[in-house]
Unconditional design. Structure first.
Length: 287
């Protein structure tokens, strides 16, 4: 009788937990779908070809986000050019070369701490360090360097965890064939974890696209149409900064929702690309 009561109590508990988890999943999915649907419903009707291919003009009362799109591309490219080699190189050193485990643990702890710092603090540090101390003033390049600091922990930790998934037997087999340390890393280890590196890179692009607080202090919010070299040296607004300016400063909520819809589509595309890239390289590695 006692066993039956315990069994009944356990079944009741398991059923209750399943119901609660199901309710949590439904609420979470409903909120996500509502936010995505609301932003797309309010934003897509305001997206037009003229909006995407022109620059703002106060004389003709025209609003265009082409400079903001180009500035976003410029700052993403500049950030990845500096962040990827530094992040991947740091991960390779910590995983393959570093012998002092306490030092490695301290660096990993510092990287995880940096990942949790609010972006507004990065913006203030970037403004004081890059804009004023190095004399870059308010420019896309100063914003890119600030984003490099923000994304280094993500790229480094993602690459580091991917390197750890490569079996030690692969390294030992390559060493047994007479390969050197760097040749083993270059030809055996890195190809075995390329999916994690690419995933971390794509996720970093998503964070760069969604960043606004740090760029307000470092990159500015100008809407000038410039080439890549001239643009990196001058102030410019990315899509997220433009969204803030149009919504908060100008009261153009239709344009703000249009930019939000574009960013939403880009974010979903980036996350889908990260998932597909990871699956592709995992299948290729398993073949």
């Amino acid at each position: 009788m006692e066993k039956q009561s315990i069994s009944l109590r356990r079944k009741t508990y398991i059923t209750a937990m399943r119901v609660l988890m199901g309710i949590s999943v439904c609420i979470t999915c409903a909120l996500v779908l509502f936010l995505i649907g609301y932003v797309l419903w309010k934003g897509l009707p305001n997206v037009s070809w003229e909006l995407l291919t022109t620059k703002p003009s106060y004389l003709s009362d025209r609003i265009g986000i082409l400079p903001d799109i180009l500035n976003t591309v410029y700052i993403v490219a500049a950030t990845l050019v500096f962040a990827l080699p530094l992040g991947v190189g740091a991960a390779i050193y910590l995983t393959e070369y570093a012998k002092n485990k306490k030092l490695v643990e301290m660096i990993e702890y510092a990287a995880e701490t940096l990942s949790g710092i609010p972006s507004i603090i990065y913006g203030l540090v970037g403004m004081l360090f890059f804009c004023q101390f190095f004399g870059m003033k308010t420019s896309l390049l100063a914003g890119a360097f600030t984003l490099v600091i923000m994304n280094l922990p993500t790229i480094m930790r993602t690459t580091q965890e991917s390197l750890k998934t490569v079996p030690q037997s692969y390294r030992e087999g390559a060493f047994g064939l007479g390969a050197g340390k760097w040749r083993v890393i270059y030809t055996v280890v890195l190809p075995g974890c390329i999916d994690g590196v690419i995933t971390g890179c794509i996720l970093s692009v998503g964070r760069i696209l969604g960043e606004s607080a740090a760029l307000l202090f470092t990159a500015g919010f100008a809407h000038a149409l410039n080439g890549i070299l001239e643009g990196l040296g001058s102030a410019g607004a990315t899509l997220t900064v433009a969204l803030y300016v149009y919504a908060k400063e100008n009261g153009e909520f239709g344009i703000a929702f249009a930019i939000a819809a574009i960013l939403m589509i880009l974010t979903m595309f980036i996350n889908l690309s990260a998932t597909l890239a990871s699956r592709y390289f995992q299948k290729r590695r398993n073949v």
